[in-house]
Design a protein around this ligand. Structure first.
Ligand code: C2O
Ligand code: CU
Ligand code: CU
Length: 464
């Protein structure tokens, strides 16, 4: 199919206007659909000066938090206001394949001024996120990573709902991006880290919440590289969900002894009881070595609401099919170095220029699909156990589109049996995951360290 015809037949609307979204102030609004989202150049005060050449949905604000409601149709007209190609992906949300935003695999990339209507009904409540899936090294590095909140059908009653987008920017001392957003040295190892660590595009994000109230805190790791080790100080509370899905057993607030590891793509929902006294803070930090680096401060405000953590009802589980482990078919996937040295640029979505990584010994930049076979072909409705084997000394947050899986076990000790879309494989770790192949289509499967993905650590699975 011709790319232009494909886009027109997908119902592209002409004359979509600017978004009118103003960053985080829009976060408590369920917008009427379709949303109008336009990728465009932006500038913002990340440091003392204004950083130019950023990418957002508005010229001067971070990408807005998008709120959806569980079981209620959502749609957005996404317009490409950039000169490079793009697509938009809804990370962690189980969408129909055509809505997944993966270039060539599910749609053709959008050229400048083209619009694509994404529409789907989120079945699962929780915290998710969005990002481009074409020219990702550029567009994600320059800012286009944002939070999605899918409200529960029957949400727990909290006094504040605070969403925190965690990411770095690779800026020079003058506050402008380094000409090289990623380095080959980084891509071949743990990734190229940013130089300015931010939360909601601030070096120290501050938000007020009612004193003595219950606050839901959604932490989202959207950085292309950094693995966060999160700790909270001054808080009473618990972790209620990971990667969008409610925990069967809540976990304590993370401390330096037991930090919460969030790797690129992962999310955590916590419920906190805010300090009773006005002005007191809950401090969210990430450990750099053993040193906490402050990301965000939640400040108690007003007279105490004297809430009790036990007032909060637990979250209902999301409707995920439970795999039949006894009948499951097993497959193995090996993540390791690339057997080749040079990458090819296929299509419009950028490549690293080298391949360093591979899945099952085959490097793929994750975009143009011609000539690439699925890693696994699954029968719709059947259960599978996938053994993910990391044969490298680096860590890889492995992400699967379109299907939610269960983490079963690791060769490196006990695991929390969670439902997720992204699992971190540590050095030489072997993890078994299980799923029901209940969503037909070709689903991208890759490392979420974007440099690893774009230098070979990518592939896709097929459900027929
Ligand atoms: Cu967060 Cu392939 O995506
Ligand atoms: Cu995804
Ligand atoms: Cu990786």
């Amino acid at each position: 199919m011709d790319r232009r015809r494909f886009i027109l037949s997908a119902g592209a609307a002409a004359g979509v206007v600017g978004t009118g979204l103003t960053g985080y102030s829009s976060m408590n609004v369920v917008a009427a659909t379709p949303w109008a989202l336009k990728l465009q150049p932006a500038r913002y005060a990340l440091t003392e000066g204004i950083t130019e050449k950023m990418v957002s949905f508005s010229p001067d604000a971070p990408p807005a938090v998008i709120r959806m409601k569980q079981g209620v149709p959502f749609s957005a007209d996404v317009t490409n206001g950039l000169t490079d190609y793009t697509t938009l992906h809804w990370h962690g949300i189980r969408v129909p394949n055509k809505m997944d935003g993966v270039p060539y695999l599910t749609q053709f990339p959008l050229a400048e001024n083209e619009t694509y209507r994404y529409s789907f009904t989120p079945e699962d409540a929780g915290t998710y996120w969005y990002h481009p899936h074409c020219m990702t090294m550029e567009q994600m590095a320059r800012g286009l990573t944002g939070i999605i909140i899918v409200e529960e059908k029957d949400p727990p009653s909290v006094d504040a709902d605070i969403a925190v987008n965690l990411r770095d920017f690779r800026l020079q001392p003058d506050g402008q991006f380094y000409p090289k957003l990623f380095t080959a040295r980084g891509a071949a190892r743990a990734g190229t880290k940013g130089t300015v660590i931010t939360a909601n595009w601030q070096q120290e994000y501050i938000e007020d919440a009612p004193s003595g109230g219950l606050a839901r805190l959604r932490l989202v790791a959207t950085d292309p590289t950094r693995i966060y080790k999160l700790v909270l100080a001054g808080a009473e509370g618990k972790i209620i969900a990971l990667d969008g899905h409610p925990l069967e057993k809540t976990r304590p607030v993370p401390t330096a002894k037991n930090p919460l590891i969030l790797s690129p793509g992962q999310r955590a929902d916590l419920v906190l009881k805010m300090p009773e006294a006005e002005g007191q803070e809950v401090v969210v930090s990430t450990l750099l070595g053993y040193e906490p680096h402050v990301l965000a401060r939640l400040r108690s405000k007003g007279a105490s609401r004297s809430r009790d953590l036990r007032d909060l009802k637990s979250l209902a589980p999301n409707p995920i099919s439970v795999p039949d482990l006894a009948a499951a078919e097993r497959q193995e996937l090996i993540f390791g170095w690339s057997p080749e040295g040079n990458g090819t640029q296929n299509g419009f979505c950028g490549s690293f220029g080298y391949t360093f990584w591979s899945i099952n010994k085959t490097p793929w930049a994750g975009d143009a699909v011609s000539g690439t076979e699925p890693l696994v072909t699954m029968q719709r409705g059947k259960s599978y156990i996938l053994t993910l084997r990391n044969e490298s000394p680096n860590q890889h947050p492995i992400h699967l589109h379109g299907l939610t899986f269960r983490v079963l076990k690791s060769n490196q000790g006990p695991v929390t049996p969670i439902w997720t879309d992204t699992v971190l494989l540590r050095k030489n770790e072997i993890v078994d995951i299980a799923l029901v192949a209940d969503n037909p289509g070709d689903w991208a499967f890759h490392c979420h360290v974007i440099e690893h993905q774009k230098s070979g650590l990518a592939g896709f699975v097929r459900v027929i």
